[in-house]
Write a protein that binds this ligand. Structure first.
Ligand code: UD1
Ligand code: CA
Length: 483
């Protein structure tokens, strides 16, 4: 398709109301969690469908809940945060008597003047562009079905046409269990997705019965009512099975996760990102990259992550809610999680391997954070370095500070957190304990092994440890004879 989504939207004159069927049990998941709350890319399946409804600028989305209804509804409410422009409505379907029965429950929530798009909460990867196309096919007067050719169509509803040609008029959808052996030969299947004018849909839903192999109210029976009413039934056939694939088992969930991740990887590469292996990347949120970013294997990004120009991410890094500025290098096995506060890694900074940056870590330009160094709620000014085995918590670190191996800020007194302020050009030796609240004057030196409890003056050497003594000719204790 060449038109942009908003241009496509104007081709459909009717307001769009989305019905999302999400009442089913999902027995094969063998899980206490309702099926639609299982996750792809860290988010419930249903959120992906709601995202699509939002991308379509739907007037509202009506979610049909049943199994685990309170949990599913609560999850949707979390989705519908202020600022998310999607009106949500819920209807309950109890008991679950089939897809037609599910959509019947939504009828009171559907205005007559709209076009209804029927989706499933367990089909997460349908693209908005595909649905725009389907809605254009419906055009406000036809029944439009999204269909697909399948090598193994067993289990699916078959598209029965007036003659065998692919251009033949659609006469019916026949469910697998109701199909004759001849109909089971048909390889064109119904995806479970349709677009239909609300007035027609409501009239047809009122005529459904459950006289079929499964004693269910089939939504797919609306096709024969459309044919009887002389309303055109049009199929929009696609060839991308992933877009209509549902999740019924952990295996299918994992397959769609990989499909989703491969899609992210290709999008990133099209934006210029160099991925060592597109099959070994996981993006569970929004990853934004400038030019010349490279990402080695097995990295996981979640929340909002921004990588500046030329940033290099080593293998096996886990990075969430962080801004990494131009030219910074994150070495392998680094864990960065800004949670809801964020982490900033400044221009040209070097982090890791095996570093841990926690919420509120703000590293200035050219800062070095080495192996087994943990930084939390601390600002490090340009050129500061903590290269080995250290902890900086609730600290403000001046420019060019050198923070020795094994040194820590003792920022917690058991009840409250306190700050440590380290002036510019301070040199903290190895294995120091800086007991906060504390201020180290600029240019000072802290002798290795010191436990510093009082502020130190600028430019001074401060040492706080037992004086070294040597006792000459020391005789070591000997083992006593057994009695
Ligand atoms: C349905 C279609 C079939 C199509 C297939 C595509 C019908 C009768 N058949 O099959 O033609 O090929 O989808 O996957 O529609 N649900 C409810 N309430 C119910 C029953 C189902 O909310 O009472 C929900 C399920 O949770 C699921 C969706 O509707 O999200 C589809 O149900 P499912 O049982 O998977 O569809 P099938 O009947 O197998
Ligand atoms: Ca199904």
């Amino acid at each position: 398709m060449t038109a942009t989504q908003s241009e496509q939207a104007t081709q459909v004159d009717l307001a769009v109301d989305v019905v999302i069927m999400a009442a089913g049990k999902g027995t094969r998941m063998k899980s206490r969690l309702p099926k639609v709350l299982h996750r792809i890319a860290g988010r419930p399946l249903l959120d992906h469908v709601l995202d699509t409804a939002r991308a379509l600028q739907a007037r509202k989305a009506v979610v049909v809940t049943g199994h685990g209804a309170p949990e599913v509804e609560a999850s949707c409410m979390r989705y519908a945060q202020p600022g998310v422009p999607l009106v949500l409505d819920f209807v309950r379907q109890e008991p679950q008597l089939g897809t037609g029965h599910a959509v019947q429950q939504a009828v009171p929530a559907l205005a007559d003047d709209g076009m209804v798009l029927v989706l499933s909460g367990d089909v997460p990867l349908t693209q908005a562009a595909t649905l725009f196309h389907l809605m254009t096919v419906c055009g406000g007067h036809s029944l439009a079905l999204l269909t697909l050719e399948m090598a193994d169509p067993a289990g699916y509803g078959r598209i029965v046409r007036s003659d065998d040609s692919p251009g033949g008029m659609v006469q019916a959808i026949v469910e697998h269990k109701d199909a004759t052996p001849e109909q089971r030969q048909i390889s064109e299947i119904y995806s479970g997705i349709m677009a239909v004018p609300a007035v027609h849909l409501k009239r047809w839903l009122a005529q459904l019965d459950n006289n079929n192999a499964q004693a269910e109210y089939y939504l797919t029976d609306v096709v024969k009512f459309a044919v009887a009413d002389g309303v055109p039934v049009l199929a929009h056939k696609i060839d991308d099975a992933v877009q209509v694939a549902g999740v019924n088992s952990p295996v299918q969930l994992a397959e769609l996760e990989r499909a989703y991740q491969l899609r992210q990887a290709h999008r990133l590469m099209e934006e210029g990102v160099r991925l060592a292996d597109p099959a070994r990347l996981d993006v569970r949120g929004d990853l934004l990259c400038a030019y010349d970013v490279s990402i080695d294997v097995n990295c996981v990004f979640s929340g909002k992550v921004n990588l500046g120009e030329g940033v290099s991410i080593g293998a096996n890094c886990v990075i969430a809610n962080a801004v990494i500025e131009a030219g910074a290098v994150v070495h392998p096995f680094t864990h960065i999680d800004g949670e809801n506060i964020g982490v900033t890694v400044g221009k040209g900074a070097l982090v890791g391997p095996f570093a841990r940056l926690r919420p509120g870590a703000v590293l200035g330009e050219g800062v070095h954070i080495g192996n087994f160094v943990e930084v939390k709620n601390s600002t490090l000014a340009a050129g500061a370095k903590a290269n080995h085995l250290a902890y900086l918590g609730d600290a403000t670190v001046g420019e060019r500070v050198n923070y020795g191996a094994g040194s820590i800020t003792a920022n917690y007194d058991g009840a409250n957190k306190h700050r440590t302020v380290i002036g510019a050009d301070v040199h903290v030796g190895s294995n120091c304990v800086l007991v906060a609240p504390l201020a180290l004057g600029a240019g000072g030196t802290i002798g290795g092994g010191s436990t510093i409890t009082k502020d130190t003056p600028e430019g001074a050497l401060s040492v706080a440890r037992g004086k070294q003594v040597s006792i000459a000719n020391w005789t070591r204790p000997k083992k006593m004879a057994k009695v």
